[in-house]
Design a protein. Structure first.
Length: 174
């Protein structure tokens, strides 16, 4: 646990997190533009959550301090919880017994002050169908993989937070 604590204090840890999130974003764009797998609204929301993890990692890269790490942990946690929630909703749509029970929107519901789908349509425009589940790896579809990925991100964050709390207490009482 001490290694996790010490590593989480370094910019290298945040660089690794940002590289992993950036790689996921590039992979999503590759699937969209090279493999012609059009993203649905739920895919776009999951993509936005990945960008949230990326933004969380960039905060301590710009200025690594206790408060910037706390802000990054908050953005990281929120992005993971939202990513898991949206991936779960996506899976509910894909595997619904009634195909008309869970119909997803066509236009993203971003805040009016931040219409990402209008500003950056190449990244945030939803052009696919939420029921599409043709791509699979090891028998698992993309929405399931995203739920796993966000779960792994959340597990790593939990370990980092536990290590920070534990060694923060040890340092104070030591």
């Amino acid at each position: 646990m001490q290694w996790i604590y010490e590593f989480s204090q370094q910019k290298r840890a945040w660089a690794l997190l940002s590289i992993s999130a950036f790689a996921l974003l590039i992979t999503a764009l590759y699937f969209q533009y090279a493999m012609d797998l059009l993203p649905c609204i739920k895919c776009i929301y999951q993509r936005t959550a990945v960008i949230g993890v990326l933004m969380a990692a960039v905060i301590p890269l710009l200025y690594n301090h206790t408060y910037t790490r706390l802000a990054a942990y908050s953005v990281w946690a929120y992005s993971c919880f939202e990513g898991i929630r949206v991936a779960r909703e996506h899976l509910d749509i894909i595997f619904a017994s009634n195909p008309f029970a869970n119909i997803c929107d066509i236009v993203p519901n971003f805040p009016s002050l931040l219409p990402l789908h209008e500003w950056f349509p190449a990244i945030f425009a939803a052009t696919g169908d939420c029921n599409e589940n043709s791509w699979q790896f090891s028998g698992i579809g993309m929405a399931s993989w995203m739920q796993i990925i966000f779960g792994v991100y959340l597990a790593i964050l939990t370990l980092v937070l536990l290590a920070n709390v534990w060694f923060g207490l040890v340092k104070r009482n030591g």
